[in-house]
Design a protein around this ligand. Sequence first.
Ligand code: PXG
Length: 291
Amino acid sequence: MKVYINGKFYDKEEAKISVFDHGLLYGDGVFEGIRSYNRRVFKLREHIDRLYNSAKAIMLEISVSKQEIEKAIIETLKINNLSDAYIRVVVTRGIGDLGLDPRKCPPSSSSIIIITDKIVLYPQELYENGLELITVSTRRNLPSAMNPAIKSLNYLNNIFAKIEAIKAGCEEAIMLNKDGYVAECTGDNIFIVKNNVLITPPIYIGALPGITRDTVINIAKTKFKLEVKEDVFTIYHVYTADECFLTGTAAEVIPVVKVDSRIINDGKPGEVTKRIIKEFRELTCTAGIPY
Ligand code: PXG
């Protein structure tokens, strides 16, 4: 495996950055998780736009252009001869001293890292039978403090929630915002379906503007002519929904059939969910930037 760091390729064992990099010391950096299917990078432009938006929000100037990063991603995939891959792009603040002050990190020391690998998915069985979730006590970060819209290198909030879920025997967690409204999961956005209307929390309440979320909204609206609402809802609305599913680059679209020991509807993946999964899979096979 070859890893890209600042324009050069390194063997996995040799792919290293400084212990003084503020990405490590403070989680001071941003990242993206992207997928390629069938030698096509899915929603590449959208991921790169979000990476630059995250960087802008934390006042980290990425020293190369969007086109250069896109080119580097394609090169990394080719050099590793991967046709279906998970692509992790990381941009750190760079090398500073043992203090917070980002002025100590020269932009030239900022690292752009691209790792391409296979991704371990949930077992296929869960895509057919659905996932069980638990609502955790860890609240999603306050948008006014550390906005969940920023895909920063500090994922502790999500990791706390993931630990709670795992301890409870669940693979994923529902995170509420400080007001108790459903925000998102640790690595996925959440949708419910009620009377054929799709509802997903608005980003401003504290969620990542997911690219799979956007893709699914688009499929539902344009392909299936379904109504989609971005609206706040509580965990009660999840328990009593007709259907529930999650979206994310890693998870893709996955049905949810049980939440906090409440069986959703009849405990089977819903019809709308199944249609969206099928359509999403077809799209990933044909769309994307070829390489
Ligand atoms: N919310 C959060 C907090 C995420 O981290 C999503 C929603 C879904 O966004 P996208 O754009 O992927 O539809 C994410 C994305 C991993 C991994 O390594 C996590 C994500 C993506 C890829 C890999 O666990 N999370």
